[in-house]
Design a protein around this ligand. Structure first.
Ligand code: TYD
Length: 210
């Protein structure tokens, strides 16, 4: 049986990585084979593209950024995501295509129709079975990112208005596809968020049993 693809989305510092790890543990305990991966990244080539996009000091035009991220995604899908889904694994992905609509669309101002064209070529229509949108006001995410003490990448270094546009674009994605993209209140404690995530994922586990 084909596995499921679940993506985690949200602004920087909303706790995606923590929740992804907790979900992986939960699914493994439920007897699933799980693969955790991330975007941009997940293959050697795509991780190299990630370094350019996140840490290169030179200028990158918005459409170039979009094409690089979708090139990474294309390779990730062909090399990792599709084969693992086909072999029955559950693939948990730290960000996927919705992030391009949020960051390159909402953040950089690239029209949604342009992103759709690139998406059609790069992903052949692959979308997650479930997307968990961890949502919280921008100020809280910023505090958490600083608390982690990591050096900021090209997106984390952006001004607050950029982050507000990203949140709004994510919310718009959620509203246009509410069956797939489920909103999770990331202001709650780790345990409460984990419980929300598990109840949403349980519906997919139920589908498999049918
Ligand atoms: P993120 O996954 O949040 O990693 P970390 O936990 O190391 O901060 O960072 C990836 C960055 O890449 C994030 O700032 C958003 C950006 N990004 C895009 O701009 N577009 C995309 O399509 C994806 C997948 C990520």
């Amino acid at each position: 049986m084909r596995g499921k693809l679940i993506s985690f989305e949200g602004g920087d510092g909303v706790g995606k990585s923590t929740q992804l790890t907790l979900l992986a543990d939960g699914l493994t305990s439920a007897g699933k084979q799980v693969l955790c991966t991330r975007e941009p990244g997940g293959t050697a080539l795509a991780e190299q593209i990630r370094r350019w996009v996140l840490h290169d000091k030179g200028a990158i035009a918005p459409v170039t950024e979009l094409l690089l991220i979708f090139a990474a995604r294309c390779q990730h899908i062909i090399e990792v995501i599709e084969p693992n889904l086909a072999s029955g694994k559950w693939v948990l992905c730290d960000r996927f295509t919705d992030a391009s609509y949020a960051y390159q669309g909402g953040g950089r101002g690239i029209p949604g129709a342009t992103i759709q064209q690139v998406e059609a070529v790069a992903t052949a229509g692959l979308l997650p079975d479930l997307t968990l949108l961890l949502d919280m006001p921008v100020e809280y995410g910023e505090q958490r990112s600083v608390g982690r003490g990591e050096g900021s990448d090209r997106f984390e270094a952006q001004e607050k208005d950029f982050k507000i546009r990203i949140r709004a674009a994510y919310q718009a994605r959620q509203q246009s596809d509410p069956g797939r993209v489920r909103l999770v209140n990331a202001l709650e404690s780790v345990d409460v968020v984990q419980a929300q995530v598990w109840s949403l994922v349980s519906a997919l586990l139920g589908q498999e049993d049918e």
